[in-house]
Each structure stands twice: as structure tokens, then as C-alpha cells.
Design a binder for this molecule. Sequence first.
Ligand code: FAD
Length: 379
Amino acid sequence: MTKVLIIGGGFAGCCAAHVLADKGWDIHVVERLPFLGGGVRTFLYGGHPYTFGPRHFLTDDIKLFDFLNSYVPMRRIDQVQQNLTFVGDEQRFFTWPVHKDDISMMNDANKIHQELNECTSEYIDTDNFEDWVAGSIGTTLYEKFFNDYSKKMWSVDSNKELNYLHSGWEDFLGDDQKLKKMELVTGSREHYKKRISSFPIKKNGYNDYFDIATESSHVHLDTEIEEYDVEKYRVKIDGQWESYDIIISTVGPDILFRNIHGPLRWMGREFMKIILPIPQVFPNDVYFLYYATSEEPYLRIVEYKQFYQYEAPSTLLGIEFPSKKNKLYPYPTKTDVAHAQKYLDMVPERVFSIGRAGTYRYLDIDDIIAQCLDLKENV
Ligand SMILES: Cc1cc2nc3c(=O)[nH]c(=O)nc-3n(C[C@H](O)[C@H](O)[C@H](O)COP(=O)(O)OP(=O)(O)OC[C@H]3O[C@@H](n4cnc5c(N)ncnc54)[C@H](O)[C@@H]3O)c2cc1C
């Protein structure tokens, strides 16, 4: 029988096991932590459910929503969701993304309007984040809403360093891969007017999915791969070399190939939980607060109740800080992407490197489902 190894039992590893389940193969999911789901797993703190970062499900593709919804009943929130961002030189919150009607309330309103009038071209001829945003909406709005947030998020001195915008900003790429101008929001303040934004209805979030997805696999929790030799279709676990016919990896390709070209560069997040003795802190429709300033060390705050929707006399906030302590965000620079590509070019037949770390791409949950559905066809 075909023996399959899936390295990592996060969303990607579980989803891969799920889509391959009807092949009748002998599938082994190896996860180093004592639970499945990776960053998308819901835990409880003071009776409040939370994940490491919000992990709400966002997609343009109804088929991907239907797929997930058939295993984890989802609540659509696209008709109500608003997000706010705190702007340093204004010392107040504004709707996020930037709304055109808010400009009149900002310092420098005249200057902003003048700059916007000068941003006439449909495409911005640049490869870096700073010039793209400033070229789309002017330097003043860029400075207020983007500059500090992005530098903080990526721990860079200048956003000109971010010169690979093909991952995470795909919506702005034209057919010819040229960057379309970023437009300001007009009309309704709902964040997602076109996309499907949703969250699991149950208080245990996506957790049921990880069990459903791996029902017919052998799951090895608390188990780490000690050595990799995927060129020979084998890995060392508990001191023993184990061989497989197919290997699906969700760990970084640098790990998979023993760092032979040096370690890839990643950005991470740390996460702080704060429980407060009041039923609700955020305004009813607000799901995310972003902090576009260098003064606050954190990037964003979520109130989990907004996503999980339940009654309780207290509430839990999650605060996300940029960090170098874990590897969660691949760097959007040409140098880093080329470095990752060197590894990805080494992936032999019958080995698949998937998931956010495995592809070194800024993938979200919907991208990962799409990738696994493709894998089913191509494996
Ligand atoms: C802070 C944050 C917030 C996010 N919010 C959203 C959101 O709101 N919406 C959205 O769609 N997406 C969001 N994402 C992205 C989405 O959650 C990820 O794309 C998805 O979880 C990636 O799944 P994965 O399986 O590739 O990685 P992971 O979830 O990281 O899973 C990898 C698994 O591999 C295991 N592992 C690692 N090394 C080994 C080893 N050597 N041996 C065995 N096991 C190993 C890990 O323990 C982990 O369980 C967010 C990401 C982050 C970091």
C-alpha cells in the first residue's frame, strides 16, 4: 500500500490528509506539538476561546467557503465587519482601509487632496511597497496609515526593502503582473464588500475539522522529525529511518533540505492575552484594531467575542506583537523569495512542499484549502 508521510499537522497538513483520505493510502501525519491545527487551533483562557491571532476565514471563492462550511459550520460576517486603525499624528482611530470621506477630518486635508489629484495613473510602475502606496494615494496618507505599521510588521528600516509584492497583494496585480493603483474606500464602511468573511459558529473554532480531516490517517502527536533525507524518501523519527512513497511537507523548505543554502528569513509574532471584567470592549461591528504608529509596540488587537459571538460577563483581548522568535511570515523581498526558490527547486518528484512555510508564501486558510484540492489532483 502507498505509504504517505505528512510533516506537520497544522491546517495544511490536516487538509492534505483529508483530501487524500479516499485514495485508500497509509497516511501518517507527524506533528511535533501535542495537538493538531497549528496556529489555527482554538484554546480556552478563563473560559474564553482564542487562537494565536484571529484566523478568520476570508475568501473570494464560494467553493472554498462551501468546502469548509460543510465540515465546520461558518457564520458570515462580511455584512457587518468594520476594522479601525489608530493613526499616530492624528491621535485617533479611522476606518481601515482608508475611507475617502475621512480625509476632511484629518490634519493636512488639503495637502492629501492635492496629492490624490496628482495620483492619476491606473498602474504604479514600481516594485516596492512604499512607492506603490505613496504613488497610489500620496505620501501623506502613506505616512499616516502605512509607513510605521509596515516597518514594525516586517522589522525593516524602509518599506522600499519590501520589493516582492506578488504574495499577499495579488489582488493588485494586473494580467501583465503590473501593480494596479490602490484605491481609497468610498460608500459603505464594511471592510469586505466583495470577499466572503466568516468565522466558525462553534466555540471550539476549527478544531472539529482537524479530527474529521485526519479520521482515516495515523496521527503521531508530540513527534518531531529528527533528520530529513527526502531525496531518498526517508526521515528519522525516534532514532529510526522511516521510508515513504510520498512525502508532503508543511515545514520550511530550508528545514526540509537541512539548511544547505542557509536558513530562510522569517518574521514572527508574539501574542498577549488580556482578560477584562466587562462584557464587551470593541464597538459592535469592529473586529480588528490596527496600530499604525511606531509608538505602540503592538500591531493589532482583537476581541475574540466578536468572532466567536457568545455571552459572558468578561471578555478576552488578543494583542499581537512583531517578533523574531518564531517563523510565521515569509519576507516579501526578491532576495528572500529567490533564496526560498533555490530550495523549492530541489523538491524531488513525489515530495510536495505546501502550506505557508512550505511554499514560503503569505498564504491564508483559503489558499491552503485551494492548494490541497489541487494536490489531490496532482499527487
Ligand atoms: C498571527 C497569524 C494570524 C493569521 N490570521 C489569519 C486569518 O485571520 N485568516 C486566514 O485565512 N489566515 C490567517 N493566517 C494564516 C493561516 O493561519 C496560515 O496560512 C495557516 O495556518 C498555515 O497553515 P500551515 O499548516 O501551513 O502552518 P502551521 O499552522 O504553522 O502548521 C505547521 C505545523 O507543523 C508543525 N511542525 C513544525 N515543524 C515540525 C517538525 N519538524 N515535525 C513535526 N511537525 C512540525 C507545527 O507544530 C505546526 O502544527 C494567520 C497567520 C498568522 C501567523
